[in-house]
Design a protein around this ligand. Structure first.
Ligand code: TIU
Length: 223
């Protein structure tokens, strides 16, 4: 079955059986106060706008039987996979690996590293723990997708210009067709959100397509 979403710069076609929904880094450390995003000096409330639409997409994708993948950015407890260049960057008061109100910042197993309450994975969904911005770098994401014959990825998550864009670029280089749902992404910088989305769909979908979540959900009524 081939479905078609009314997307930019033109229709995005996909077979639901060969399509995964990815939710990128919807973690407390980025979205809630007292986490990495705030230690970077950001107004974390700006990311909240993506939570509710992503919840709706997640529910619709679950009902339609999509493969669902959640990613989390973070490091091992002993920090062996955290490059010093990343840890030292920005000269923060509380750095990656230091203790904050939600446990060690951006460290696996800590409260801040986990998903926000509204977007917790369900049993059987795949969680990819990644040390970098892109979801393919130093993870088995490509293997997970290929084992399931996935060709298309629907992307949601934060932040638009950092982990979402990095993931779209990595996916595009590996031959996956990506559709980014723009109301399901967010940035600490509204102008980066806007331009980040424009960059993806420019030049005839140089990295991928863009649509809003209602357009995507409305196509699923045929599944
Ligand atoms: N997930 C993700 O985007 N990681 C970041 O560090 N983003 C920032 O915008 N800082």
């Amino acid at each position: 079955m081939t479905l078609e979403v009314d997307a930019d710069p033109y229709e995005f076609e996909f077979d639901p059986e060969k399509t995964a929904l990815m939710v990128v880094d919807m973690q407390r450390d980025f979205i809630e106060e007292g986490g990495f995003g705030e230690y970077l000096g950001n107004d974390v409330s700006r990311l909240r706008k993506a939570v509710e639409p992503t919840q709706k997409v997640l529910e619709a994708a679950r009902d339609a039987g999509f493969k669902i993948i959640h990613t989390r950015e973070g490091h091992r407890q002993e920090m062996a996979d955290a490059p010093p260049s990343k840890v030292e960057r920005g000269d923060l008061d509380v750095k990656i690996g230091d203790e904050g109100p939600m446990g060690k910042v951006l460290v696996r197993g800590e409260r801040g590293h986990d998903f926000v309450e509204e977007l917790q994975p369900e049993e059987g969904e795949t969680i990819i723990d990644k040390p970098g911005k892109g979801s393919f770098y130093s993870t088995d994401l490509d293997l997970v997708l290929r084992n399931d014959d996935i060709e298309n990825i629907i992307l949601t998550g934060v932040t638009t210009e950092v982990c979402v864009q990095s993931t779209v670029r990595e996916a595009n280089d590996r031959g996956y067709e990506c559709l980014v749902l723009e109301d399901c992404t967010a940035s600490y910088f509204p102008e980066f959100d806007e331009v980040g989305i424009k960059m993806i769909k420019a030049q005839g979908a140089i990295f991928g397509w863009v649509a809003d979540s209602d357009e995507f959900i409305s196509t699923l009524s045929d599944v």
